[in-house]
Ligand binder design. Structure first.
Ligand code: NAD
Length: 494
Protein backbone atom coordinates (compact mmCIF):
# COMPACT_ATOMS: atom_id res chain seq x y z
CA UNK A 1 0.00 0.00 0.00
CA UNK A 2 1.25 3.52 -0.84
CA UNK A 3 2.12 5.50 2.27
CA UNK A 4 -0.43 8.25 2.89
CA UNK A 5 1.26 11.55 1.97
CA UNK A 6 0.70 14.73 3.96
CA UNK A 7 -1.66 16.38 1.49
CA UNK A 8 -4.51 17.40 3.80
CA UNK A 9 -4.21 20.88 5.30
CA UNK A 10 -5.84 20.93 8.71
CA UNK A 11 -5.37 23.48 11.49
CA UNK A 12 -2.34 25.02 9.84
CA UNK A 13 -0.47 21.74 9.25
CA UNK A 14 0.00 19.33 6.35
CA UNK A 15 -1.12 15.90 7.49
CA UNK A 16 -1.75 12.44 6.02
CA UNK A 17 -5.16 10.81 6.18
CA UNK A 18 -6.15 9.09 9.40
CA UNK A 19 -7.39 6.15 7.33
CA UNK A 20 -4.26 5.81 5.19
CA UNK A 21 -6.42 5.97 2.04
CA UNK A 22 -4.76 7.39 -1.05
CA UNK A 23 -5.79 8.25 -4.62
CA UNK A 24 -3.55 8.33 -7.66
CA UNK A 25 -4.32 11.35 -9.82
CA UNK A 26 -3.87 10.82 -13.55
CA UNK A 27 -3.94 13.21 -16.48
CA UNK A 28 -7.11 12.54 -18.53
CA UNK A 29 -5.27 13.39 -21.76
CA UNK A 30 -2.91 10.40 -21.62
CA UNK A 31 -3.42 8.53 -18.36
CA UNK A 32 -0.01 9.55 -17.03
CA UNK A 33 0.37 9.69 -13.26
CA UNK A 34 0.31 13.22 -11.85
CA UNK A 35 0.62 12.40 -8.16
CA UNK A 36 -0.66 10.48 -5.20
CA UNK A 37 -2.74 12.25 -2.58
CA UNK A 38 -4.38 11.24 0.67
CA UNK A 39 -8.12 10.82 0.92
CA UNK A 40 -9.55 12.13 4.15
CA UNK A 41 -11.67 9.99 6.43
CA UNK A 42 -14.59 11.13 8.59
CA UNK A 43 -12.20 11.81 11.48
CA UNK A 44 -10.08 14.18 9.36
CA UNK A 45 -13.13 16.08 8.17
CA UNK A 46 -14.32 16.41 11.77
CA UNK A 47 -10.92 17.76 12.81
CA UNK A 48 -10.90 20.25 9.94
CA UNK A 49 -14.37 21.55 10.79
CA UNK A 50 -13.55 21.89 14.49
CA UNK A 51 -10.24 23.61 13.65
CA UNK A 52 -12.11 26.12 11.50
CA UNK A 53 -14.66 26.68 14.28
CA UNK A 54 -11.93 27.21 16.87
CA UNK A 55 -10.06 29.61 14.56
CA UNK A 56 -13.22 31.57 13.93
CA UNK A 57 -14.02 31.78 17.66
CA UNK A 58 -10.44 32.93 18.46
CA UNK A 59 -11.18 35.83 16.16
CA UNK A 60 -7.62 36.39 14.91
CA UNK A 61 -8.83 36.64 11.33
CA UNK A 62 -12.40 37.88 11.77
CA UNK A 63 -11.00 40.52 14.14
CA UNK A 64 -8.32 41.64 11.70
CA UNK A 65 -9.32 45.05 10.28
CA UNK A 66 -11.07 44.59 6.94
CA UNK A 67 -8.48 46.77 5.19
CA UNK A 68 -5.73 44.39 6.34
CA UNK A 69 -7.73 41.38 5.19
CA UNK A 70 -8.02 43.13 1.84
CA UNK A 71 -4.25 43.69 1.74
CA UNK A 72 -3.73 40.02 2.44
CA UNK A 73 -5.87 39.08 -0.57
CA UNK A 74 -3.89 41.47 -2.75
CA UNK A 75 -0.70 39.73 -1.63
CA UNK A 76 -2.26 36.37 -2.51
CA UNK A 77 -2.98 37.74 -6.00
CA UNK A 78 0.66 38.86 -6.37
CA UNK A 79 1.94 35.50 -5.21
CA UNK A 80 -0.34 33.69 -7.66
CA UNK A 81 0.95 35.87 -10.47
CA UNK A 82 4.55 35.02 -9.48
CA UNK A 83 3.81 31.29 -9.35
CA UNK A 84 1.46 31.31 -12.33
CA UNK A 85 3.44 28.81 -14.43
CA UNK A 86 3.61 26.24 -11.66
CA UNK A 87 -0.10 26.64 -10.84
CA UNK A 88 -1.15 26.50 -14.51
CA UNK A 89 0.88 23.36 -15.18
CA UNK A 90 -0.65 21.64 -12.17
CA UNK A 91 -4.15 22.59 -13.31
CA UNK A 92 -3.47 21.47 -16.88
CA UNK A 93 -2.16 18.09 -15.71
CA UNK A 94 -5.06 17.39 -13.37
CA UNK A 95 -7.78 18.44 -15.84
CA UNK A 96 -6.10 17.70 -19.19
CA UNK A 97 -7.06 21.19 -20.36
CA UNK A 98 -4.66 23.13 -22.56
CA UNK A 99 -1.89 24.98 -20.73
CA UNK A 100 -2.94 28.26 -22.31
CA UNK A 101 -6.45 27.84 -20.90
CA UNK A 102 -5.08 26.97 -17.47
CA UNK A 103 -2.89 30.09 -17.66
CA UNK A 104 -5.99 32.14 -18.42
CA UNK A 105 -7.70 30.59 -15.40
CA UNK A 106 -4.76 31.62 -13.18
CA UNK A 107 -5.01 35.23 -14.41
CA UNK A 108 -8.73 35.16 -13.62
CA UNK A 109 -8.01 33.78 -10.16
CA UNK A 110 -5.54 36.56 -9.42
CA UNK A 111 -8.14 39.11 -10.62
CA UNK A 112 -10.74 37.56 -8.36
CA UNK A 113 -8.44 37.95 -5.32
CA UNK A 114 -7.63 41.53 -6.36
CA UNK A 115 -11.29 42.43 -6.70
CA UNK A 116 -12.28 41.07 -3.28
CA UNK A 117 -9.08 42.48 -1.79
CA UNK A 118 -10.10 45.93 -2.98
CA UNK A 119 -13.69 45.80 -1.74
CA UNK A 120 -13.00 44.06 1.59
CA UNK A 121 -13.20 47.34 3.54
CA UNK A 122 -15.69 49.16 1.36
CA UNK A 123 -18.85 48.44 3.33
CA UNK A 124 -19.14 50.97 6.16
CA UNK A 125 -22.53 49.58 7.17
CA UNK A 126 -25.68 51.68 7.10
CA UNK A 127 -27.14 54.21 9.43
CA UNK A 128 -30.89 53.92 9.76
CA UNK A 129 -33.13 56.80 10.80
CA UNK A 130 -34.93 55.43 13.85
CA UNK A 131 -37.18 58.47 14.10
CA UNK A 132 -35.79 59.24 17.56
CA UNK A 133 -32.87 61.61 18.09
CA UNK A 134 -31.72 59.58 21.11
CA UNK A 135 -31.29 56.42 19.08
CA UNK A 136 -28.37 55.34 16.93
CA UNK A 137 -29.54 52.57 14.63
CA UNK A 138 -27.10 50.91 12.27
CA UNK A 139 -26.85 47.80 10.16
CA UNK A 140 -23.45 46.12 10.05
CA UNK A 141 -22.19 43.11 8.14
CA UNK A 142 -20.41 40.35 10.02
CA UNK A 143 -18.82 37.11 8.85
CA UNK A 144 -21.11 34.09 8.67
CA UNK A 145 -18.65 31.89 10.59
CA UNK A 146 -17.44 28.55 9.26
CA UNK A 147 -18.01 27.91 5.57
CA UNK A 148 -18.05 24.49 3.91
CA UNK A 149 -16.99 24.74 0.28
CA UNK A 150 -17.41 21.99 -2.31
CA UNK A 151 -16.12 22.45 -5.84
CA UNK A 152 -16.07 20.62 -9.22
CA UNK A 153 -13.29 19.45 -11.52
CA UNK A 154 -13.77 21.64 -14.59
CA UNK A 155 -12.26 24.86 -13.18
CA UNK A 156 -10.81 23.45 -9.96
CA UNK A 157 -9.00 26.47 -8.56
CA UNK A 158 -11.13 29.13 -10.22
CA UNK A 159 -14.34 27.82 -8.67
CA UNK A 160 -12.57 27.51 -5.32
CA UNK A 161 -11.19 31.07 -5.62
CA UNK A 162 -14.69 32.48 -6.17
CA UNK A 163 -15.47 31.15 -2.69
CA UNK A 164 -12.14 31.52 -0.84
CA UNK A 165 -11.54 35.17 -1.75
CA UNK A 166 -14.91 36.59 -0.59
CA UNK A 167 -15.03 34.25 2.43
CA UNK A 168 -11.63 35.52 3.63
CA UNK A 169 -12.44 39.12 2.72
CA UNK A 170 -15.47 38.90 5.02
CA UNK A 171 -13.49 37.32 7.89
CA UNK A 172 -14.73 33.71 7.78
CA UNK A 173 -12.94 30.41 8.36
CA UNK A 174 -13.49 27.58 5.91
CA UNK A 175 -13.09 23.93 5.01
CA UNK A 176 -12.68 23.27 1.29
CA UNK A 177 -13.28 19.99 -0.50
CA UNK A 178 -12.23 20.11 -4.15
CA UNK A 179 -13.31 17.46 -6.68
CA UNK A 180 -11.46 14.23 -5.96
CA UNK A 181 -9.96 14.07 -9.47
CA UNK A 182 -8.33 17.51 -9.45
CA UNK A 183 -6.84 18.40 -6.05
CA UNK A 184 -3.39 19.80 -6.86
CA UNK A 185 -4.01 23.51 -7.38
CA UNK A 186 -6.07 23.80 -4.21
CA UNK A 187 -3.09 22.28 -2.36
CA UNK A 188 -0.85 24.95 -3.88
CA UNK A 189 -3.36 27.61 -2.83
CA UNK A 190 -3.22 26.44 0.81
CA UNK A 191 0.56 26.65 0.59
CA UNK A 192 0.29 30.30 -0.46
CA UNK A 193 -2.27 31.20 2.23
CA UNK A 194 -0.07 29.57 4.85
CA UNK A 195 3.17 31.11 3.64
CA UNK A 196 1.59 34.58 3.65
CA UNK A 197 0.61 34.15 7.29
CA UNK A 198 -3.09 33.34 7.42
CA UNK A 199 -3.77 32.35 11.06
CA UNK A 200 -3.87 28.59 11.54
CA UNK A 201 -7.23 26.89 11.23
CA UNK A 202 -8.79 29.63 9.09
CA UNK A 203 -8.22 27.69 5.84
CA UNK A 204 -8.54 23.90 5.78
CA UNK A 205 -8.35 21.49 2.88
CA UNK A 206 -9.80 17.99 2.91
CA UNK A 207 -9.44 15.75 -0.13
CA UNK A 208 -11.64 12.85 -1.07
CA UNK A 209 -14.96 11.79 -2.49
CA UNK A 210 -18.34 13.41 -2.14
CA UNK A 211 -19.99 10.88 0.15
CA UNK A 212 -17.27 10.66 2.81
CA UNK A 213 -15.67 14.08 2.68
CA UNK A 214 -18.23 16.36 1.02
CA UNK A 215 -21.40 15.26 2.78
CA UNK A 216 -20.37 16.31 6.32
CA UNK A 217 -19.78 19.84 5.03
CA UNK A 218 -23.52 20.19 4.45
CA UNK A 219 -24.69 18.39 7.59
CA UNK A 220 -22.20 19.15 10.39
CA UNK A 221 -23.65 21.40 13.12
CA UNK A 222 -20.47 23.54 13.19
CA UNK A 223 -20.83 24.56 9.55
CA UNK A 224 -22.75 27.81 9.13
CA UNK A 225 -22.81 28.12 5.37
CA UNK A 226 -22.31 25.62 2.58
CA UNK A 227 -21.30 26.92 -0.82
CA UNK A 228 -21.43 24.35 -3.59
CA UNK A 229 -20.54 24.38 -7.27
CA UNK A 230 -21.33 21.26 -9.23
CA UNK A 231 -24.14 19.23 -10.73
CA UNK A 232 -27.88 19.48 -10.09
CA UNK A 233 -28.27 16.04 -8.49
CA UNK A 234 -25.49 16.66 -5.96
CA UNK A 235 -26.74 20.21 -5.36
CA UNK A 236 -30.18 18.92 -4.49
CA UNK A 237 -28.72 16.45 -1.96
CA UNK A 238 -26.64 19.19 -0.37
CA UNK A 239 -29.61 21.55 -0.14
CA UNK A 240 -31.73 18.84 1.48
CA UNK A 241 -29.05 17.98 3.98
CA UNK A 242 -28.31 21.65 4.77
CA UNK A 243 -32.02 22.37 5.23
CA UNK A 244 -32.13 20.01 8.20
CA UNK A 245 -29.54 22.15 10.01
CA UNK A 246 -31.05 25.43 8.68
CA UNK A 247 -27.71 26.34 7.14
CA UNK A 248 -27.19 29.09 4.68
CA UNK A 249 -26.72 27.59 1.23
CA UNK A 250 -25.34 28.89 -2.07
CA UNK A 251 -25.66 26.61 -5.10
CA UNK A 252 -23.95 27.12 -8.45
CA UNK A 253 -25.29 24.30 -10.56
CA UNK A 254 -25.38 23.34 -14.20
CA UNK A 255 -26.80 25.09 -17.22
CA UNK A 256 -28.39 24.38 -20.57
CA UNK A 257 -27.45 27.61 -22.13
CA UNK A 258 -29.10 29.09 -25.24
CA UNK A 259 -27.04 30.83 -27.89
CA UNK A 260 -29.64 32.71 -29.96
CA UNK A 261 -28.58 33.90 -33.41
CA UNK A 262 -30.82 36.29 -35.38
CA UNK A 263 -30.58 36.64 -39.16
CA UNK A 264 -29.16 40.19 -38.86
CA UNK A 265 -26.23 39.09 -36.67
CA UNK A 266 -22.61 39.62 -37.73
CA UNK A 267 -22.34 36.24 -39.44
CA UNK A 268 -18.61 35.57 -39.03
CA UNK A 269 -18.52 36.70 -35.40
CA UNK A 270 -21.63 34.66 -34.54
CA UNK A 271 -20.23 31.57 -36.26
CA UNK A 272 -16.83 31.86 -34.64
CA UNK A 273 -18.36 32.37 -31.22
CA UNK A 274 -20.84 29.54 -31.66
CA UNK A 275 -17.78 27.26 -31.81
CA UNK A 276 -16.24 29.01 -28.83
CA UNK A 277 -19.53 28.83 -26.90
CA UNK A 278 -19.96 25.09 -27.35
CA UNK A 279 -16.49 23.64 -27.75
CA UNK A 280 -14.19 25.74 -25.57
CA UNK A 281 -12.57 23.40 -23.03
CA UNK A 282 -14.48 20.53 -24.72
CA UNK A 283 -17.76 22.05 -23.56
CA UNK A 284 -16.82 21.43 -19.92
CA UNK A 285 -18.04 24.85 -18.89
CA UNK A 286 -21.20 25.28 -16.85
CA UNK A 287 -22.15 28.25 -19.05
CA UNK A 288 -21.26 26.54 -22.37
CA UNK A 289 -23.57 27.66 -25.17
CA UNK A 290 -24.57 24.18 -26.20
CA UNK A 291 -28.05 25.09 -27.48
CA UNK A 292 -27.71 26.90 -30.79
CA UNK A 293 -31.06 28.54 -31.50
CA UNK A 294 -30.88 30.02 -34.95
CA UNK A 295 -33.18 31.92 -37.30
CA UNK A 296 -34.54 29.54 -39.94
CA UNK A 297 -33.48 31.80 -42.83
CA UNK A 298 -29.75 31.33 -42.11
CA UNK A 299 -29.83 27.98 -40.35
CA UNK A 300 -28.75 25.73 -43.21
CA UNK A 301 -25.70 27.75 -44.23
CA UNK A 302 -24.71 28.48 -40.62
CA UNK A 303 -24.92 24.83 -39.51
CA UNK A 304 -22.99 23.67 -42.62
CA UNK A 305 -20.25 26.16 -41.75
CA UNK A 306 -20.34 25.19 -38.08
CA UNK A 307 -19.93 21.52 -38.96
CA UNK A 308 -17.02 22.22 -41.30
CA UNK A 309 -15.27 24.33 -38.68
CA UNK A 310 -15.99 21.75 -35.92
CA UNK A 311 -14.35 19.06 -38.04
CA UNK A 312 -11.19 21.14 -38.18
CA UNK A 313 -10.80 21.44 -34.40
CA UNK A 314 -7.56 19.86 -33.23
CA UNK A 315 -7.70 17.87 -30.01
CA UNK A 316 -4.66 17.23 -27.90
CA UNK A 317 -3.09 17.11 -24.47
CA UNK A 318 -2.30 20.08 -22.25
CA UNK A 319 1.20 20.67 -23.56
CA UNK A 320 0.51 20.04 -27.25
CA UNK A 321 0.79 23.52 -28.74
CA UNK A 322 -1.20 22.59 -31.83
CA UNK A 323 -4.18 21.48 -29.73
CA UNK A 324 -7.28 23.65 -29.68
CA UNK A 325 -9.22 21.65 -27.14
CA UNK A 326 -8.62 18.82 -24.68
CA UNK A 327 -10.16 15.64 -23.31
CA UNK A 328 -13.09 14.93 -21.04
CA UNK A 329 -12.23 14.33 -17.41
CA UNK A 330 -12.57 10.55 -17.13
CA UNK A 331 -13.57 7.31 -18.79
CA UNK A 332 -16.90 7.34 -16.95
CA UNK A 333 -17.57 10.86 -18.14
CA UNK A 334 -16.84 9.95 -21.76
CA UNK A 335 -19.26 7.05 -21.45
CA UNK A 336 -21.89 9.47 -20.16
CA UNK A 337 -21.38 11.80 -23.12
CA UNK A 338 -21.45 8.86 -25.56
CA UNK A 339 -24.78 7.73 -24.13
CA UNK A 340 -26.17 11.27 -24.13
CA UNK A 341 -25.43 11.70 -27.86
CA UNK A 342 -26.83 8.26 -28.64
CA UNK A 343 -30.10 9.08 -26.91
CA UNK A 344 -30.29 12.42 -28.71
CA UNK A 345 -29.97 10.68 -32.08
CA UNK A 346 -32.49 8.01 -31.11
CA UNK A 347 -34.94 10.80 -30.27
CA UNK A 348 -34.67 12.15 -33.83
CA UNK A 349 -31.69 14.55 -33.90
CA UNK A 350 -29.54 14.40 -37.03
CA UNK A 351 -25.88 13.71 -36.22
CA UNK A 352 -23.97 16.10 -38.49
CA UNK A 353 -20.47 15.51 -37.12
CA UNK A 354 -18.73 13.90 -34.15
CA UNK A 355 -20.58 11.39 -32.03
CA UNK A 356 -17.41 9.36 -31.50
CA UNK A 357 -14.14 9.31 -29.59
CA UNK A 358 -11.40 11.43 -31.00
CA UNK A 359 -8.01 12.87 -30.31
CA UNK A 360 -4.50 11.65 -30.79
CA UNK A 361 -4.37 9.07 -28.01
CA UNK A 362 -7.97 8.15 -27.52
CA UNK A 363 -7.12 4.76 -26.11
CA UNK A 364 -5.30 6.40 -23.23
CA UNK A 365 -6.95 9.84 -23.12
CA UNK A 366 -10.64 10.57 -22.89
CA UNK A 367 -11.15 12.68 -26.01
CA UNK A 368 -14.54 13.07 -27.65
CA UNK A 369 -14.93 14.67 -31.06
CA UNK A 370 -16.79 18.01 -31.32
CA UNK A 371 -20.35 17.03 -32.14
CA UNK A 372 -23.27 18.81 -33.81
CA UNK A 373 -26.83 17.49 -33.47
CA UNK A 374 -29.09 19.22 -35.99
CA UNK A 375 -32.90 19.37 -36.28
CA UNK A 376 -33.52 19.00 -32.59
CA UNK A 377 -36.95 19.33 -31.07
CA UNK A 378 -37.51 20.92 -27.68
CA UNK A 379 -38.27 17.57 -26.03
CA UNK A 380 -35.11 15.84 -27.30
CA UNK A 381 -33.13 14.63 -24.25
CA UNK A 382 -29.98 16.14 -25.76
CA UNK A 383 -31.70 19.54 -25.63
CA UNK A 384 -33.10 19.05 -22.16
CA UNK A 385 -30.17 17.48 -20.28
CA UNK A 386 -26.83 19.07 -19.51
CA UNK A 387 -24.58 16.74 -21.54
CA UNK A 388 -21.40 18.40 -20.26
CA UNK A 389 -19.31 17.64 -23.32
CA UNK A 390 -18.47 19.10 -26.76
CA UNK A 391 -21.98 18.75 -28.14
CA UNK A 392 -24.04 21.51 -29.76
CA UNK A 393 -27.74 20.93 -30.43
CA UNK A 394 -29.48 23.02 -33.10
CA UNK A 395 -33.04 24.37 -32.96
CA UNK A 396 -34.56 26.93 -35.33
CA UNK A 397 -37.06 29.77 -34.89
CA UNK A 398 -39.04 32.11 -37.12
CA UNK A 399 -40.06 34.96 -34.78
CA UNK A 400 -38.45 36.79 -31.88
CA UNK A 401 -41.17 35.52 -29.55
CA UNK A 402 -40.48 31.96 -30.61
CA UNK A 403 -36.73 32.43 -30.04
CA UNK A 404 -37.40 33.63 -26.50
CA UNK A 405 -39.76 30.74 -25.78
CA UNK A 406 -37.26 28.16 -27.00
CA UNK A 407 -34.39 29.78 -25.10
CA UNK A 408 -36.40 29.78 -21.86
CA UNK A 409 -37.69 26.25 -22.38
CA UNK A 410 -35.27 24.68 -19.90
CA UNK A 411 -35.32 23.96 -16.20
CA UNK A 412 -31.91 25.63 -15.97
CA UNK A 413 -31.13 29.35 -16.10
CA UNK A 414 -27.40 29.99 -15.90
CA UNK A 415 -26.34 31.90 -19.01
CA UNK A 416 -27.17 32.64 -22.62
CA UNK A 417 -26.37 34.89 -25.55
CA UNK A 418 -28.17 36.84 -28.24
CA UNK A 419 -26.59 37.75 -31.57
CA UNK A 420 -28.20 40.59 -33.53
CA UNK A 421 -27.25 43.93 -35.05
CA UNK A 422 -30.51 45.51 -33.89
CA UNK A 423 -30.27 47.29 -30.52
CA UNK A 424 -33.98 46.91 -29.88
CA UNK A 425 -33.93 43.15 -30.45
CA UNK A 426 -30.82 42.85 -28.25
CA UNK A 427 -32.46 44.80 -25.46
CA UNK A 428 -35.83 43.02 -25.58
CA UNK A 429 -34.42 39.51 -25.85
CA UNK A 430 -31.72 39.99 -23.20
CA UNK A 431 -34.38 41.19 -20.75
CA UNK A 432 -36.76 38.35 -21.62
CA UNK A 433 -34.25 35.52 -21.15
CA UNK A 434 -34.53 33.89 -17.71
CA UNK A 435 -30.82 33.24 -17.19
CA UNK A 436 -28.31 34.75 -14.75
CA UNK A 437 -25.82 36.05 -17.33
CA UNK A 438 -26.68 37.28 -20.83
CA UNK A 439 -24.12 38.14 -23.47
CA UNK A 440 -25.05 40.34 -26.40
CA UNK A 441 -22.85 39.73 -29.45
CA UNK A 442 -20.27 37.84 -27.43
CA UNK A 443 -19.90 34.59 -25.51
CA UNK A 444 -18.16 33.59 -22.27
CA UNK A 445 -16.55 36.77 -20.88
CA UNK A 446 -17.31 37.43 -17.24
CA UNK A 447 -16.04 40.02 -14.79
CA UNK A 448 -15.18 39.62 -11.11
CA UNK A 449 -17.08 42.88 -10.53
CA UNK A 450 -20.33 41.43 -11.91
CA UNK A 451 -22.55 38.86 -10.20
CA UNK A 452 -22.51 35.28 -11.46
CA UNK A 453 -25.18 32.68 -10.75
CA UNK A 454 -28.30 30.94 -11.86
CA UNK A 455 -32.03 31.38 -12.18
CA UNK A 456 -34.29 28.36 -11.72
CA UNK A 457 -32.50 25.01 -11.27
CA UNK A 458 -29.09 26.53 -11.97
CA UNK A 459 -29.07 27.37 -8.30
CA UNK A 460 -29.36 30.30 -5.94
CA UNK A 461 -27.04 32.79 -4.38
CA UNK A 462 -24.50 34.74 -6.38
CA UNK A 463 -20.73 34.61 -6.67
CA UNK A 464 -18.53 37.57 -7.65
CA UNK A 465 -19.56 41.22 -7.53
CA UNK A 466 -20.66 42.92 -4.30
CA UNK A 467 -23.34 40.24 -3.81
CA UNK A 468 -20.60 37.59 -3.91
CA UNK A 469 -19.09 39.20 -0.79
CA UNK A 470 -22.44 39.75 0.87
CA UNK A 471 -23.16 35.99 0.61
CA UNK A 472 -20.40 35.42 3.18
CA UNK A 473 -21.84 37.89 5.68
CA UNK A 474 -24.74 38.18 8.06
CA UNK A 475 -26.56 41.50 8.46
CA UNK A 476 -26.85 42.67 12.03
CA UNK A 477 -29.03 45.54 13.20
CA UNK A 478 -27.67 47.39 16.24
CA UNK A 479 -30.17 49.69 17.95
CA UNK A 480 -28.64 51.89 20.61
CA UNK A 481 -30.69 54.08 22.89
CA UNK A 482 -28.37 56.81 24.20
CA UNK A 483 -30.97 58.00 26.69
CA UNK A 484 -32.30 54.90 28.44
CA UNK A 485 -35.70 55.49 30.05
CA UNK A 486 -38.44 53.53 31.70
CA UNK A 487 -40.79 52.22 29.05
CA UNK A 488 -43.86 52.01 31.25
CA UNK A 489 -45.28 48.92 29.55
CA UNK A 490 -45.39 47.01 32.80
CA UNK A 491 -45.69 49.63 35.51
CA UNK A 492 -44.24 48.86 38.89
CA UNK A 493 -47.09 47.71 41.19
CA UNK A 494 -46.99 48.69 44.83
P1 NAD B 1 -20.57 16.91 -9.08
O1 NAD B 1 -21.86 17.46 -8.58
O2 NAD B 1 -20.50 15.48 -9.43
O3 NAD B 1 -19.41 17.15 -8.02
C1 NAD B 1 -19.10 18.42 -7.51
C2 NAD B 1 -18.47 18.26 -6.15
O4 NAD B 1 -19.42 17.71 -5.25
C3 NAD B 1 -17.27 17.31 -6.13
O5 NAD B 1 -16.30 17.84 -5.25
C4 NAD B 1 -17.86 16.04 -5.55
O6 NAD B 1 -16.93 15.20 -4.91
C5 NAD B 1 -18.85 16.61 -4.55
N1 NAD B 1 -19.92 15.70 -4.12
C6 NAD B 1 -20.44 14.64 -4.77
N2 NAD B 1 -21.43 14.07 -4.03
C7 NAD B 1 -21.52 14.79 -2.89
C8 NAD B 1 -22.35 14.72 -1.73
N3 NAD B 1 -23.28 13.79 -1.59
N4 NAD B 1 -22.18 15.65 -0.76
C9 NAD B 1 -21.26 16.61 -0.89
N5 NAD B 1 -20.44 16.72 -1.94
C10 NAD B 1 -20.56 15.83 -2.95
O7 NAD B 1 -20.17 17.84 -10.28
P2 NAD B 1 -18.92 17.67 -11.26
O8 NAD B 1 -19.24 16.56 -12.18
O9 NAD B 1 -17.66 17.65 -10.48
O10 NAD B 1 -18.93 19.08 -12.02
C11 NAD B 1 -19.68 19.31 -13.15
C12 NAD B 1 -20.94 20.09 -12.78
O11 NAD B 1 -20.62 21.33 -12.15
C13 NAD B 1 -21.73 20.47 -14.03
O12 NAD B 1 -23.10 20.25 -13.80
C14 NAD B 1 -21.46 21.95 -14.18
O13 NAD B 1 -22.44 22.65 -14.88
C15 NAD B 1 -21.36 22.39 -12.76
N6 NAD B 1 -20.66 23.67 -12.64
C16 NAD B 1 -21.37 24.80 -12.36
C17 NAD B 1 -20.72 26.04 -12.30
C18 NAD B 1 -21.48 27.33 -12.02
O14 NAD B 1 -20.83 28.34 -11.82
N7 NAD B 1 -22.79 27.32 -11.97
C19 NAD B 1 -19.34 26.09 -12.51
C20 NAD B 1 -18.64 24.92 -12.80
C21 NAD B 1 -19.31 23.71 -12.87
Amino acid sequence: MTESPATLFIDGAWVPSSTGETRTITCPADGSEVGVVSEAGAEDVERAILAARAAFERGEWSGTPAAQRGDFLLRVADRLAERKDEFARAEAQDTGKRLVEAEGDMDDIASCFRYFGKIADQDPGRLVDAGDAAVISRVVREPVGVCGMITPWNFPLLQAAWKIAPALAAGNAFVLKPAELTPHTTMLMMEVLDELGLPKGVANLVLGDGGTVGAPLSSHPEIDLVSFTGGLVTGRKIAESAAKGIKKVALELGGKNPNVVFADADYEAALDNALNAGFLDSGLVCSAGTRLIIHESIAERFVDDLVARAEGIVMGGPFDESAETGPLISKAHREKVTDYVKRGVEAGARLRTGGHWGGPEHEKGFFYAPTVLDRCTRDNPAVIEEGFGPVITVETFSTEQEAIEIANHTEYGLAGAVWTSDAGTANRVSRALRHGTIWINDYHPYLPQAEWGGFKMSGFGRELGPTGLEEYTEAKHIYQNTEPAVSGWFPRKG
